[in-house]
Design a protein around this ligand. Structure first.
Ligand SMILES: [Mg+2]
Length: 173
């Protein structure tokens, strides 16, 4: 039961993930959440940090796609500025759009990493699809209203995980 909610790794930030790390894990593809994973949930515009990260990964042949539960307008604004492909209104943790993303990228689950700041959507969804899952610290401590209930559940799960598996926050893969 707890296993479904358990990330493979916990990172302080996604931006330290390099193409070399990805390849050394035998992976080719990154699916990433947007809000509070790459950008504060209430921040409208893409940052240079996101652009540089994506540009470097892409230049080295790593496939990247944003998988977000947020609206088309919100995600498109960031994605267009960074040229990162995306699926909005993804309804994570449901499987449909994880599968669609992998189809569009022509990637298999075993070569794909899911990165996100929420256990109940990103990590649960990724684990169900048998992706490697990386839980990251939220960019901003506060959340939108829709996220508050998930955070409540998440705190309970994280407490149990900490007790059971002694997972630790890391700076890089
Ligand atoms: Mg998020």
């Amino acid at each position: 039961m707890l296993k479904q909610f358990s990330p493979d790794r916990m990172l302080n930030s996604p931006f330290g993930i390099t193409a070399e790390h990805v390849r050394s894990l035998g992976k080719t593809t990154i699916l990433t959440d947007l809000d509070n994973t790459l950008l504060a949930w209430d921040e409208m515009d893409a940052t240079h940090e996101i652009m540089n990260w994506f540009t470097l990964l892409e230049a080295e042949g790593i496939k990247v796609m944003i998988l977000s539960n947020n609206s088309e307008e919100r995600v498109d604004r960031v994605a267009r500025a960074t040229r990162i492909p995306y699926l909005a209104k993804a309804k994570k943790p449901l499987s449909k759009n994880f599968k669609k993303a992998l189809r569009e990228l022509d990637s298999a689950p075993e070569e794909t990493i899911m990165i996100g700041d929420q256990i109940m959507t990103d990590i649960l969804g990724g684990n169900r699809q048998k992706l490697m899952t990386i839980f990251v610290r939220p960019v901003k401590e506060t959340d939108g209203l829709a996220t508050k209930f998930n955070r409540f559940m998440e705190r309970i799960i994280l407490k149990r995980l900490a007790k059971k598996q002694k997972m630790e926050w890391e700076d890089s893969l």
